[in-house]
Design a protein around this ligand. Structure first.
Ligand code: TTP
Length: 659
C-alpha cells in the first residue's frame, strides 16, 4: 500500500540512475566484438530461441522487443546477436550482472547517499554535494561546463525543436545567477550527475541514464524520458507540465488494481485528471493514507527518503516451470528446492563474508495449479520462518515450508492428492541486518586458527534494518555448512563483544551465529594451544556444538576437568588469568567495566549483564551452564524471555550497542 509522506524540503537534489540495456552491456563488455551490434540476452531455455530478457538499443531500432523469443527476434532482425544468460544449477546465474551492478554502485556512491533499488538502478541524494558546490564553485562562476552536462535535457527549458541551440539553452539555465535557489541546486545536481556518469563510463565501460529532480518519484520519471546515455532534469516550474499528461497507469504503484480503479471508477487516465479531486474526496474513496498519497503524487509531492543502502535488501533464487515442465511430485520439488537453496546459501555466505550481513527470514513462494481451478495459480500461500544458516538447514526448512503451503493450498479446495503442479518456485532471504561490531568466531578462535574478528568499523553502507527484532534460533546444533560470523582478514585490538562478560573469555554460539567475549587481541599466541591439531568438525553432526566438541576433543578442556568456565577460559589464555572472585564481583553490577587482562594493552569496556539472552547460556558446554546461570540469576529482569524464542542474539547485540 502506498504511504503518504510529506516532503521535508523542496530543496533536495535527488537523482535516479538507470543502466541502459544492462545485461546486454555486461555481455558486450565480456565480448567486445558485440559492441554496436543489435544484441539481446536470452534465457538459457532454448525453446524457440529462448525468451529475451535484455535488448540493445541497436536491436530495438529494428523493432526487437523484450517480449519476443529469440526466433521471433531473428525474423525481425536477422543479424541480431543472441547471448545466452549464464547458467548454473539448471537456471540463470545472475552473479555476473549483480557484480557489475555493484561496481557501478560503488562509483555512484562517491558523491552522496546512495540507495541501490534494483540490480541496475540507484537513487542518490545529492543535496549536500549540490549545496557545497553552490557555495564553493557555483555553475555561474565556472568558465567551462562539461559537455555531458550541456547535453542534458531540462524539462520546460529544452525541446527537440531547439536544434543546435540546445546546449546554449542548457548552459544559460545552468549558469543563471538570479535563478530560484531550488533550481540553482538542481543545476549543481546536473553537473554532479554528468560527472558521475562519465566516471561510470570510464571505469566500467557502461552507459547509464539519469533523472535529476527534487524527489525520488520525479527523478525516476525523468530518468526514463531520454535513454540511452542521457540525463533529464526537472526544474520546479516544470513539474506540473510533466505530470499533466502522464498516463496514470505508468506511475509507480498505480500499474495494478488501484490504477485500474482510478481509471474505471473515477475516469482518471492521466495524472492531471486527478487534480479535480480534493484530498478529502480521495480519502473518502481510498482511505486516509492512500487518498493523501494520491493527492500528493498528483502534485509531484513525494517525501520518500533515499535510504543509505548499497546492498540488496533481500536475496532470492527462483525458477519457473512453465507448461509441461511443471513439477508434479514432491521429489521433483525437493530436487529444485535444493538447487535454489544451495544458490541462496552461497549468496548468504558471500554477503556474510564480504559485507558482514546476516539475513533472518526465509520465505518460500510458489506458483501452483490444481485440478478444476483456473484461478489456483494465485493461491499458493507464501510461507516464512526464521532463517537458519547452512545449506542443509535452508533446504530442510524450505521443504517444510513448501509442504505446509501445499497442504493449505490443497485443503482450500478439498483436493488432497494428485493433480497439482508447481509452475514456479522461489526462496528468498530477507530482514537482513549488519552484524554488529564485536563479533567473531569462537569456533575458529578455539581451533587456534587465524583469528578472525569483526572490527568496530561500521558497515560501509551503514544499513541496519531496525523495524523488527530478529528471531534467530538458538538450536545449538551446527554442521560444517553453518556459517560462523567472522570477518576474514581483519584485525581488531580485542574482542569487544557487546554485553556479556563471562570472564576473560567466554563464548556462545548460535547455529550459524557465533560471538565471543573477552580478549584484547585475536593474536594466535593467545589461543588455546593444541587446537591447531584438531580435525575440522564433521560435515553433519547435528546437536553437537563446536564448543562442546572442542571440550570433548581437547584433553585440556575435558568435561569435568575444568572446574568452572573461568578455568576453562584461563586455560585458553595463560597470559591473562582472571580471578573467579574478580569476575563474580564484576557480575554484580549491571553496567560493569572490565579491565582487559593483557599487561600490554589495557582497555576498559562495558556490558549490560541484564540484557544477556538466557539462551546464550545453553550454547556453552554443559558443565559451565549452571555456573553462568548463577552469575546472572539476580540480575535478570522479569520480562526477559527464556529459551531464545523471544530475545535473539541480534537484539542482544543491538541493545548493547545503545549508548
Ligand atoms: P531494465 O532496467 O528493466 O531494462 P534494461 O536495463 O535492459 O533496459 P533499459 O535501458 O530500458 O532500462 O532491466 C534491467 C535488467 O534486468 C535487464 O537488462 C535484464 C533484467 N531483466 C530481466 O531479467 N527480466 C525482466 O523481465 C526485466 C524487465 C529485466
Amino acid at each position: 500500500m502506498p504511504v503518504a509522506k510529506p516532503e521535508a524540503s523542496d530543496s533536495r537534489v535527488i537523482a535516479h540512475i538507470d543502466m541502459d540495456c544492462f545485461y546486454v552491456q555486461v555481455e558486450q563488455r565480456k565480448h567486445p566484438q558485440l559492441r554496436g551490434l543489435p544484441t539481446a540476452v536470452v534465457q538459457y531455455n532454448s525453446w524457440k530461441g529462448g525468451g529475451l530478457i535484455a535488448v540493445s538499443y541497436e536491436a530495438r531500432n529494428y523493432g526487437v522487443k523484450r517480449s519476443m523469443r529469440g526466433d521471433e527476434a531473428k525474423e525481425v532482425c536477422p543479424e541480431i546477436q543472441l547471448v545466452q544468460v549464464p547458467v548454473a544449477r539448471g537456471k540463470a546465474d545472475l552473479n555476473t550482472y549483480r557484480e557489475a551492478g555493484s561496481q557501478v554502485v560503488s562509483i555512484l556512491a562517491r558523491r552522496g547517499r546512495c540507495e541501490r533499488s534494483s540490480i541496475d538502478e540507484v537513487y542518490l541524494d545529492l543535496t549536500d554535494a549540490a549545496e557545497r558546490m553552490l557555495t564553493e564553485t557555483s555553475p555561474h562562476s565556472l568558465e567551462t561546463i562539461i559537455e555531458e552536462a550541456l547535453k542534458s535535457h531540462v524539462l520546460g527549458i529544452t525541446s527537440r525543436e531547439d536544434g543546435i541551440d540546445v546546449k546554449e539553452k542548457v548552459r544559460e539555465w545552468l549558469c543563471k545567477s538570479d535563478a530560484d535557489r531550488r533550481d540553482k541546486l538542481l543545476a549543481c545536481g546536473v553537473l554532479i550527475v554528468a560527472d558521475l556518469r562519465m566516471q561510470v563510463l570510464q571505469e566500467t565501460q557502461f552507459t547509464c541514464s539519469a533523472g535529476i529532480a527534487h524527489n525520488k518519484m520525479l527523478a525516476k520519471l525523468a530518468s526514463a524520458m531520454n535513454k540511452p546515455a542521457q540525463q533529464t532534469a526537472v526544474p520546479f516550474s516544470s513539474v506540473k507540465g510533466l505530470l499533466e499528461s502522464f498516463p496514470i497507469k505508468k506511475m509507480k504503484q498505480l500499474g495494478g488494481k488501484l490504477g485500474s480503479s482510478l481509471q474505471t471508477d473515477l475516469g482518471v487516465n492521466t495524472v492531471g485528471d486527478l487534480w479535480q479531486f480534493s484530498e478529502g474526496k480521495l480519502q473518502e474513496r481510498y482511505g486516509i493514507n492512500t487518498g493523501t498519497w494520491l493527492w500528493n503524487i498528483a502534485r509531484g509531492i513525494n517525501g520518500e527518503e533515499v535510504e543509505g543502502r548499497l546492498l540488496p535488501k533481500s536475496h532470492g533464487s527462483g525458477k519457473t516451470f512453465p507448461g509441461p515442465r511443471a513439477l508434479k511430485n514432491l521429489p521433483s520439488v525437493q530436487h529444485w528446492l535444493n538447487e535454489l537453496c544451495e544458490e541462496l546459501s552461497e549468496r548468504l555466505q558471500s554477503d556474510l563474508e564480504h559485507n558482514r550481513r546476516i539475513a533472518r527470514n526465509l520465505t518460500l513462494h510458489a506458483h501452483a495449479y490444481k485440478p478444476n481451478d483456473s484461478d489456483s495459480h494465485d493461491k499458493f500461500p507464501s510461507k516464512s520462518c526464521a532463517l537458519r544458516y547452512g545449506t542443509l538447514k535452508i533446504q530442510e526448512d524450505a521443504m517444510n515450508l513448501f509442504q505446509v503451503g501445499l497442504r493449505e493450498f490443497l485443503d482450500s479446495s478439498k483436493v488432497t492428492q494428485g493433480g497439482w503442479g508447481i509452475t514456479g518456485l522461489s526462496v528468498s532471504a530477507s530482514k537482513i541486518i549488519a552484524i554488529p561490531s564485536g563479533t567473531c568466531s569462537i569456533k575458529k578462535y578455539f581451533q587456534g586458527q587465524q583469528p578472525i574478528c569483526s572490527s568496530s568499523k561500521p558497515l560501509e553502507d551503514g544499513y541496519i534494518e531496525t523495524t523488527e527484532h530478529p528471531s534467530l534460533s538458538f538450536s545449538g546444533d551446527e554442521d560444517s555448512t553453518s556459517v560462523p560470523i567472522e570477518l576474514p582478514g581483519q584485525e581488531v585490538p580485542y574482542f569487544p563483544c557487546n554485553g556479556v562478560d563471562f570472564g576473560q573469555e567466554a563464548a556462545a554460539s548460535t547455529s550459524g551465529l557465533t560471538f565471543c567475549v573477552g580478549r584484547e587481541s585475536c593474536s594466535e599466541s593467545n589461543l588455546v594451544e593444541p587446537e591447531s591439531t584438531l580435525p575440522e568438525e564433521p560435515r553433519r553432526e547435528p546437536k553437537t556444538h563446536a564448543l562442546d566438541q572442542q571440550v570433548r576433543k581437547n584433553p585440556s578442556v575435558e568435561k569435568g576437568k575444568s572446574s568452572s568456565i573461568l578455568d576453562f577460559f584461563r586455560r585458553a589464555d595463560t597470559n591473562s588469568p582472571l580471578q573467579k572472585q574478580d569476575q563474580a564481583d564484576k557480575m554484580q553490577g549491571r553496567h560493569q567495566s572490565h579491565r582487559r587482562g593483557s599487561s600490554q594493552e589495557r582497555e576498559t569496556w562495558h556490558y549490560k549483564a541484564d540484557e544477556i539472552d538466557p539462551s546464550v547460556i545453553n550454547e556453552l558446554p554443559p558443565e559451565f551452564q549452571e555456573e553462568v546461570r548463577d552469575w546472572l540469576r539476580p540480575l535478570k529482569r522479569p520480562n526477559v524471555v527464556k529459551g531464545g524464542s523471544g530475545v535473539s542474539i541480534a537484539s542482544f547485540f543491538s541493545s548493547t550497542n545503545k549508548p
